[in-house]
Design a protein around this ligand. Structure first.
Ligand code: TRP
Length: 337
């Protein structure tokens, strides 16, 4: 049987967090044998919010290094920069002509992000979900692992795919979300009712994958708990619950296992346990990242190889789409080599 295809992407904006690692990256690694996986570093999405060019460049390489350090095998998977495969922009345009102002205006992420921008809302920010649809549909991905904040965009992708198929004949696979059975949401250590986010205003509650040891220790030791003083797993103790989740996920333990481990212990020991688990995971990961970052040329080579693999699929889909809508064939597909 053919393997099902998975597509997902992470923006190289901001620094990746423990939430990104436990919610996305680590799960991607676990999928690489069972599925045909295509993972993109979506730099074209990142520029919907103004980026400092030097930082964007550096973060793109760092994200690639993190993918590899986390265990994504560039032989088994297709790992590439979105901007290296020009078909994304081209299909994005075509899909933009098949999506509506109304549906895009309803995207809650757009509403959130745009209110902060006053009169200077880039149209790219508005169109962003269309580009995301292009990312997914270009590869005819069956499954898309995404967090809660992206399910609305995935719904829109499905709507666009169905609409296109109805208008022009069967073209796209209509993708589904992939929800990781072992995932748990990771919340901010200072505000445990908010998801841990790389764009949080106060970074004290956010564990970044590349925070140094002292910073990680400080953030964990100052994480918010409560005044109950008992370690149990319930919604009245969101801080404690979050720490237990982090511990259990990092140690690959069940929640019951984590509760048993901390039985009769206090919050100080809970935080120490979490700290140890975090450092055991992140310090070796960081070491690998910095090792990889010494060979930038090698990273760029791997990106180029990934792009070539991605293109071999993307160009077939785009040619099919262009034919269906009536464009004249370019005859040559070598326009971006
Ligand atoms: N929009 C996603 C985010 O901000 C990133 C993304 C872009 C993506 N294209 C994608 C995720 C395609 C899954 C599939 O997190």
């Amino acid at each position: 049987m053919e393997k099902q295809r998975i597509f997902s992407g992470i923006q190289p904006s901001g620094n990746l967090t423990l939430g990104n690692y436990l919610g996305a990256l680590r799960n991607w690694v676990s999928l690489q044998d069972e599925y045909e996986c295509i993972y993109s570093i979506v730099d074209m999405h990142a520029i919907t919010i103004r980026q400092n060019p030097k930082d964007l460049h550096e973060r793109s390489l760092l994200t690639m290094a993190l993918y590899l350090a986390a265990g994504l095998d560039p032989e088994k998977n297709t790992v590439f920069m979105q901007s290296h495969v020009l078909e994304h922009a081209q299909l994005g345009w075509i899909l933009g002509c098949n999506s509506y102002m109304g549906e895009l205006s309803r995207m809650t992420q757009y509403k959130d992000k745009s209110t902060r921008l006053g009169d200077s809302i880039p149209t790219g920010l508005f169109n962003y979900p269309v580009l995301m649809a292009a990312d997914i549909l270009l590869y005819n991905a069956h499954l898309v692992p995404v967090g809660d904040d992206q399910t609305q965009h995935l719904e829109l992708t499905r709507d666009i795919a169905i609409r296109f198929n109805n208008a022009y004949g069967e073209t796209f696979v209509v993708p589904k979300g992939y929800f990781n059975p072992f995932g748990a949401r990771i919340y901010d250590l200072q505000m445990p009712q908010k998801l841990m986010s790389k764009s949080a205003e106060n970074q004290q509650g956010v564990l970044f994958l590349l925070d140094d040891e002292k910073t990680l220790q400080r953030k964990i030791s100052r994480s918010v708990t409560d005044s109950l003083g008992t370690i149990s797993y319930n919604d009245n103790q969101p801080g404690v619950k979050n720490l237990l989740n982090i511990f259990a996920l990092l140690r690959k333990e069940s929640i019951d296992g984590a509760l048993a481990y901390f039985e009769g212990k206090g919050y100080k020991q809970l935080k120490d346990g979490v700290m140890e688990a975090v450092l055991d995971t992140l310090l070796p990961l960081q070491e690998k990242v910095y090792e990889l970052m010494k060979e930038r040329d090698h990273l760029e080579d791997l990106m180029a190889q990934g792009a070539q693999k991605a293109r071999s699929i993307a160009k077939v889909t785009l040619a099919d789409v262009e034919k269906k809508i009536g464009f004249i064939s370019r005859r040559t597909n070598e326009h971006c080599d």
